[in-house]
Design a protein around this ligand. Structure first.
Ligand code: ADP
Length: 248
């Protein structure tokens, strides 16, 4: 794989907090349109890795490239978001007092580039984009509902929809199915699989059944580095992974 063909490229990335190496010579290559799942025990460095990609934490060493060429280590969080890199945290953070539609509207208005000029009325292109996002995340019948009245799962989908209207190309999801019912978890897997190919997705998740349903390549982090990588079956049968999860 050539670096120029990657959507996300990390190499030799390290970061220490008070002398403790949370990320240690980390390498990761994600192709455009790929869905990648990241797993690893608590403290493995998953959150810190996401923080490095979004510019919240700056690495002490290493390369972090977007679209094979843009050096993310030199950009601040706002500039990185404006490139089309968006993160959804574990807890839903929608505007509870606004309707689903108004949430999308705000997402559009705060988005990068041309959408920034949409401070007044939404044009038909913007409405089309919202309609498409509503349909994609399965909230088309909830458009006038107050976001606070949605189920936990629906709020999570709304937030993913907000990233979609913002034209986010690299979507980072932190434990998207935590707290969801089984049915919501299945629907979330379907949603993510619909987005695969269209957007690049990096999903940190603990729920192994969900990880299996996604059927994507899995990267296992441990002590800030890649311990194992491959299919779900490959990593689950990797003796090093078994030792890290069960051998303590
Ligand atoms: P994970 O998300 O996989 O559970 P984290 O990235 O949160 O792992 O943490 C990796 C390690 O780095 C942990 O040992 C954690 O305590 C440490 N760490 C993370 N952020 C900080 C920080 N801001 N200051 C000090 N230590 C931190």
């Amino acid at each position: 794989v050539r670096v120029s063909d990657t959507q996300l490229y990390l190499d030799g990335v390290s970061v220490s907090f008070d002398g403790f190496r949370a990320i240690n010579n980390l390498a990761l290559m994600v192709a455009p349109g790929e869905l990648r799942t990241i797993i690893g025990p608590n403290g493995a460095g998953k959150t810190t890795m996401m923080d490095i990609i979004t510019g919240k934490t700056k690495p002490d060493a290493g390369e972090v490239l977007f679209a094979g060429r843009i050096d993310l280590t030199r950009l601040d969080e706002v500039a990185i978001a404006n490139l089309g890199i968006g993160r959804k945290f574990q807890k839903p953070t929608v505007f509870e007092n606004l309707t689903v539609f108004e949430n999308f509207e705000l997402a559009l208005k705060s988005a990068r580039g041309a959408w920034k000029t949409l401070l007044g009325r939404l044009n038909s292109e913007a409405l089309d984009r919202i309609a498409w996002a509503l349909d994609t995340v399965g909230l088309e019948t909830k458009v006038e509902d107050i976001a606070g009245s949605l189920s936990h799962g629906q709020k999570q989908w709304l937030e993913i929809g907000m990233l979609l209207v913002q034209d986010t190309q690299l979507i980072l999801l932190d434990e998207p199915v935590a707290g969801m019912t089984d049915a919501e978890t299945k629907q979330t897997a379907e949603l993510i699989l619909t987005l695969k190919g269209e957007r690049t997705l990096v999903v940190v998740e603990h729920d192994m059944e969900f990880v299996r349903d996604l059927g994507a390549k899995v990267t296992v982090l441990h002590e800030g580095s890649v311990l194992s990588e491959g299919t779900v079956d490959h990593v689950q049968n990797d003796p090093r992974v078994i030792e890290v999860y069960l051998g303590r």
